[in-house]
Design a protein around this ligand. Structure first.
Ligand SMILES: [Zn+2]
Length: 236
């Protein structure tokens, strides 16, 4: 009963090893990394675009202020000075100075804002370029990964055929349990009892569980859920 599933498992180990090689291939890891990179770059682009539109609004607001200030200066300069009193002239001169200083201020702010906008646009272009490179790198690595899968395909199919043959000799319930645990990244699934402990996770088994194992020949480990079997005398 145990012999057949162990034979099956030994064969399956070869398949697991190929699967691991494929799953841990650098090409796959790089491709996955590039996907993450492109996602984060897209997030950055959205943020930059949002910031740029905010700055452009601010720029338009300043530009309006600038135009209005210019108009005010223009209006002041067109006043007929001969009709004005001394106080009014002084006030007029003060106002002109104030508006002029305001204009300088606005110009300075516009220059600062322009710098910021240019910086954001540069950052935007840079991020876009990096995302493009990452996409290319993703494609290259995806192709490399697909090629790796392709080269392993024949070996995989051969093993699958062999497994299908051996499968017929294995007890149905045991095989069902095996297949349930197969996807859990636990290999080997069937492990011997070693020094009264699970051969997978080395958890010590209490007396009652040992008795149960002796009676059933197979018992699921309460800790790692592998199937523990008793080695037959000839195996020891
Ligand atoms: Zn265990």
């Amino acid at each position: 009963m145990i012999k057949e599933i162990l034979e099956y498992q030994a064969l399956d180990a070869k398949l697991v090893s190929i699967e691991k090689e494929i799953a841990s291939s650098p090409a796959k890891q790089t491709a996955n990394k590039m996907v993450e990179y492109v996602k984060s770059a897209q997030q950055t682009l959205v943020t930059l675009e949002h910031n740029a539109s905010k700055l452009i609004l601010e720029y338009e607001k300043l530009n309006n202020q600038y135009q209005n200030a210019i108009k005010d200066v223009d209006k002041l300069s067109k006043q007929k000075f001969e009709n004005l009193s001394k106080d009014e002239l002084r006030e007029n001169a003060n106002l002109t100075t104030q508006i002029n200083s305001n204009i300088l201020n606005i110009e300075r702010n516009i220059a600062l804002l322009s710098d910021k906008i240019v910086k954001i646009l540069k950052e935007f272009e840079k991020t876009k370029e990096q995302a493009k490179t990452a996409k290319l790198k993703f494609e290259q690595n995806k192709n490399a990964y697909n090629k790796l899968v392709e080269t392993k395909q024949a070996a995989i199919e051969k093993l699958q055929q062999e497994l299908a043959k051996v499968e017929k000799t294995v007890d149905k319930d045991i095989l069902k349990k095996y297949k349930e645990l197969r996807g859990d990244n636990k290999f080997p699934i069937f492990v011997p009892l070693i020094n009264e402990s699970c051969g997978g996770c080395v958890m010590n088994m209490p007396r009652a569980r040992l008795d149960k194992l002796k009676a059933n020949k197979i018992l699921e480990c309460e800790n790692c859920h592998r199937m523990i079997y008793l080695m037959e005398d000839k195996d020891k």
